[in-house]
Design a binder for this molecule. Structure first.
Ligand code: BDR
Ligand code: CA
Length: 305
C-alpha cells in the first residue's frame, strides 16, 4: 500500500476523500492533519475525528493552523454548511486529538517511516508551508505532494483564483517554490469529473457509509450543471491510479496580492521560464464516467464496522 498523510479542511469533499482513503487497501493513511479553510480549524478537526471514528480506524488526527500566514481568513460555510459536515448525524467522536501540532505530527510521521511518504493536501497549504520552513531536512522523505487546488483556466473563489490557494496564497507560493515533487489537481481536472445526480442518488444503496456520503453530498452547495465537483476525492483517485489523469508539466507562480490574488499562473508559452524549468505537474483531463463508476465502487466496498 502507498503510505500517505492527509492534510485537509473537512469539508464535504474532504470528508468523501477521507472515506475513500481510509477504506481502500491501496492506501495506508498514517496521519490526518487539519487546517482552517472550509470552516474553522476547530470544526475541521472535529469533522476529521468524526470520520475516523465512523470508520473505526486508528489514525491520529492533529490540529493545524487556525488562520492563513498573512491573509485574513474567510471560510466557505456557505457551501459546506456551518459545521462543515452537514447532512448526517455523526456520533460524537471517542478518540482524542493528537497532542502534537500538525507540523510536528507530520515531522514525526516522516521520521518514523523507513520509506518515503506521500502528502495529500486538500485544504489551504498553511500547514504544508510552515512544515517546509521548519523542517527542510525532512523534505526528502516526501516522494510526492499531491495538491487539490489552483487552476490554470479560471477560478471558483474569484474569477481567477481557486479556493484553497485563495485562502492562503502566501502558503501556496512557499509550496510551489519548495522544490517538492508536486502534482496539482486543480479545477482544470476536478470540474471535468462531476459526480452526477444519478451517481449520488445511488449512494444510499450502500449501507451506513453510503447513507452517510449520500447525506453529506446532498447537503453540499457546490452545484454545477451536470453534478457536483468532488474536488478532493480526485487527489485520492490520483494517488491510487495516476494513469487516469492527464498531466502537463508547468511552472506555476502563486499570486499573493492585487486583484489576481490566489491565482496560479502557468507559464504555458514559456515566455518567462525555460520549458524544462517546471515546478509542478498539472492535471488537465479525466474521464468523468470512469470517475463516477470508480467512486460508486469505492463506496460499495466501504464498511463502518
Ligand atoms: C476546494 O475548496 C474547498 O472548498 C474544497 O474542499 C476543495 O478542497 C475546491 O476549490
Ligand atoms: Ca478541501
Amino acid at each position: 500500500a502507498r503510505s500517505v498523510i492527509l492534510d485537509m479542511d473537512p469539508g464535504i469533499d474532504d470528508a468523501a476523500a477521507i472515506a475513500v482513503a481510509l477504506n481502500n487497501p491501496g492506501l495506508d493513511v498514517k496521519l490526518i492533519t487539519t487546517v482552517a479553510g472550509n470552516v474553522s480549524v476547530d470544526k475541521t478537526t472535529v469533522n476529521a475525528l468524526k470520520l475516523v471514528n465512523f470508520f473505526n480506524k486508528n489514525v491520529p488526527v492533529a490540529r493545524g493552523a487556525a488562520a492563513p500566514l498573512k491573509k485574513r481568513f474567510e471560510d466557505a460555510g456557505a457551501i459546506h454548511g456551518e459545521s462543515g459536515l452537514p447532512g448526517y448525524d455523526f456520533p460524537e467522536p471517542k478518540s482524542q486529538i493528537s497532542k502534537l501540532t500538525a507540523i510536528d505530527a507530520i515531522a514525526h510521521a516522516l521520521t518514523q517511516s523507513e520509506k518515503q511518504l506521500t502528502l495529500i493536501a486538500t485544504g489551504a497549504y498553511t500547514n504544508i508551508a510552515q512544515f517546509i520552513l521548519q523542517y527542510p531536512e525532512l523534505l526528502s522523505k516526501i516522494d510526492e505532494l499531491i495538491l487539490m487546488g489552483g487552476s490554470i483556466s479560471g477560478g471558483n473563489a474569484t474569477s481567477v483564483a481557486e479556493f484553497n490557494v485563495f485562502t492562503d496564497p502566501d502558503a501556496a507560493k512557499i509550496v510551489f517554490e519548495s522544490g517538492l515533487n508536486i502534482t496539482m489537481i486543480g479545477l482544470d481536472v476536478t470540474l471535468k469529473a462531476l459526480i452526477s445526480k444519478q451517481t449520488s442518488d445511488r449512494l444510499a444503496e450502500f449501507g451506513e457509509a453510503g447513507r452517510m456520503l449520500h447525506g453529506i453530498i446532498n447537503a453540499y452547495g457546490d452545484v454545477h450543471e451536470g453534478g457536483k465537483p468532488m474536488h478532493d476525492v480526485i487527489t485520492v483517485l490520483y494517488a491510487l491510479h495516476p494513469e487516469v489523469i492527464k498531466l502537463q508539466k508547468e511552472h506555476i507562480d502563486a499570486v499573493t496580492d492585487g486583484p489576481a490574488i490566489g491565482a496560479t499562473v502557468a507559464d504555458v508559452l514559456h515566455r518567462w521560464y525555460e520549458k524544462n524549468d517546471y515546478n509542478a505537474e498539472v492535471g488537465v483531463d479525466i474521464d468523468a464516467a470512469f470517475f463516477n463508476d470508480w467512486f460508486l465502487k469505492q463506496v460499495s466496498r466501504m464498511s463502518n464496522r
